[in-house]
Design a protein around this ligand. Structure first.
Ligand SMILES: [Fe+2]
Length: 334
């Protein structure tokens, strides 16, 4: 069902100005080109030593004010109900089924099912109860793990609490794990969000890994702070918790982290951030974040990019349907 963009090409990087590495990805989909990844001076020897930190995007206060006014007006005109009916009601969001083949996958991990929900953007257009159909659909997929890959909120940290009742009804067999996206740092109250979510059984990974035993095998889920707004983004200590033989899965909100995080043994990187363009019109494409499409093969690592469930600016999506990702891992076909 997924209209996945697939590429067998590895990203090729060159040194750009100001110590940035610029993806020279002529074979990548257009919006992925120009994605910037900060390089650790003086030289990068392996993905583990790369700093992923990116300079935050900063919008002028007038632009931010205009966006908030637009959102407020749209909400007053019934934007939230409209968004729920058009993008969050049963049958209105896509269930993307991605199969990831992993050479030598442990028998106990055959068929491991990971459901990803991204970019909820609770706020003007998504409130309490609006995710009920999404959560029901996610549970019906029988996930072993659920991943929340950032941007829980739109403007205020308290918006993260609004969706907790819905998210608290997720029923994975093993765990629900989350990372922050760039929006989630508004107000710098990440600690309060972590605390509230932990009470509902949802664990945040902040440059750290969680090892989860599945029979005789282990899944190691690594979660990183956001590349733009996280004060420290450091995969090395997070990955120090990954043991040889673990199935390594990485949660990184911004898909620009995919290429430098790819390495042997890392089966998948789960990202969001792009909303699939949200308003996927040629004239607007430069306004949103660059993105590589929905799925990329990076050597032995598969980058999966969710279009997410929420909306920013307007209660509207064009050419970028909301989605839930179901990633199933198999040793077959590897
Ligand atoms: Fe987002």
């Amino acid at each position: 069902m997924a209209s996945a963009v697939r590429s067998q090409e590895l990203p090729v990087c060159r040194e750009g100005p100001h110590g940035l590495r610029v993806l020279r990805a002529s074979r990548f989909p257009p919006r992925w080109r120009g994605a910037r990844i900060a390089a650790e001076p003086p030289a990068v020897s392996s993905p583990q030593t790369i700093s992923l930190r990116q300079a935050p995007r900063r919008f002028s206060s007038s632009r931010l004010g205009a966006m908030r006014l637009l959102a407020r007006t749209a909400r007053m005109c019934g934007g939230r109900g409209l968004y729920r009916r058009r993008h969050l009601a049963p049958g209105r969001f896509e269930i993307r089924r991605e199969v990831v083949s992993v050479p030598g996958l442990a028998p106990d991990l055959e068929g491991l099912r990971c459901v990803q929900l991204s970019d909820l953007h609770a706020g003007p257009f998504l409130g309490r109860g609006d995710l009920s159909a999404v959560v029901e659909a996610a549970n019906a997929l029988g996930p072993d793990l659920v991943f929340l890959t950032g941007d829980l909120i739109t403007h205020e940290w308290r918006e993260a609490l609004v969706v907790l009742d819905d998210l608290g009804r997720l029923t994975p067999r093993l765990a629900t794990l989350a990372v922050f996206g760039n929006h989630d740092y508004h107000g710098r109250e990440e600690g309060r969000i972590v605390e509230a979510y932990r009470e509902r059984g949802i664990d945040f990974l902040r440059n750290e890994a969680r090892r989860i035993a599945v029979g005789a095998a282990t899944v190691a889920v690594v979660g990183l702070e956001d590349l733009e707004e996280g004060k420290v983004v450091d995969p090395a200590p997070a990955r120090a918790g990954v043991q040889p033989g673990d199935l390594e899965l990485v949660l990184c909100h911004n898909p620009a982290g995919g290429p430098p995080l790819a390495r042997p043994g890392c089966a998948a990187v789960f990202s969001g951030h792009t909303h699939g363009g949200q308003l996927d019109l040629p004239v607007l494409r430069r306004q949103g974040p660059s993105h590589p499409g929905l799925r990329l093969r990076l050597g032995g690592t598969t980058l999966i990019v969710s279009r997410g469930l929420g909306s920013v600016g307007l209660p509207l999506r064009i050419g970028a349907p909301t989605d839930i990702v179901l990633a199933t891992f198999t040793g077959e076909g590897a």
